[in-house]
Design a protein around this ligand. Structure first.
Ligand code: SAM
Length: 208
């Protein structure tokens, strides 16, 4: 992907932090990793980042919703696409320290005009929002995938794309991932495919 120098520098810093965190992932038991889950970026990774950036650009998505900002890695890819499309990212996160870190990185990348950060529960936001969306990245805690889908589905524009992460990895999330995929299928409204990119992404197109 051809990103400008400011975006590339910020992504390099994230990739450095991702490599440092991989040392923990390979050395600590899964239970401890989960107990300390709010310390980690838990980022979608480079391949998924590039994929959502390309998809949003080629679809010319203008109102992009991100469920699960974490420390802002995936937000960079979405915001870069929003800038190219003349659009905006609305990103939702529970933890203030993560939002503050993400805001700082978005500023460093020169993308601050293209992101609205919302601190709080994504489900509350969706219950109260009157916005409609043409691109959604679903990457919150997995137990909220189906409940959040039920809230954002009526707010999708025709031709919208929805990308949901962690469909294949980690295997512990299989029940929630399967429930999400079944829920999408049940609507009979999407063309949907599970792509083996990163941790596995269900990529769904809301038919016109
Ligand atoms: C897997 S991480 C997101 C990683 C991010 N998309 C990236 O690639 O950099 C999931 C994040 O969702 C947040 N989260 C989980 N449930 C949420 C909810 N109901 N509302 C808002 N944020 C939530 C968590 O605090 C966590 O930071």
């Amino acid at each position: 992907m051809e990103f400008d120098i400011k975006v590339r520098r910020v992504l390099d810093k994230y990739h450095q932090r991702i490599s440092e965190e991989e040392v923990f992932w390979n050395s600590l038991p899964m239970e401890e990793m989960m107990e300390r889950e709010d310390e980690w970026l838990l980022a979608v990774g480079k391949d998924t980042g590039n994929f959502i950036n390309s998809l949003a650009k080629s679809a010319n998505s203008k109102t992009l919703l991100e469920l699960g900002t974490s420390y802002g890695y995936s937000t960079i890819f979405l915001a870069e696409a929003a800038r190219a499309n003349g659009g905006q990212v609305i990103t939702l996160e529970l933890h203030a320290d993560k939002v503050n870190y993400a805001k700082e990185k978005i500023r460093e990348a020169g993308l601050e005009d293209f992101v609205d950060f919302h601190l709080g529960d994504a489900l509350d936001f969706l219950n109260n929002s009157k916005l409609t969306f043409d691109f959604v990245l679903v990457d919150i805690w997995k137990r909220f995938y189906v409940p959040s889908f039920d809230l954002f589905y009526p707010k999708l524009k025709k031709g919208a794309w929805v990308v949901a992460d962690n469909m294949l990895y980690p295997p512990e999330f299989k029940p929630e991932a399967t429930a999400y995929r079944n829920r999408v299928k049940e609507t009979h409204s999407f063309d949907s495919i599970l792509l083996p990119i990163g941790s596995g992404i269900e990529t769904s197109y809301l038919r016109e």
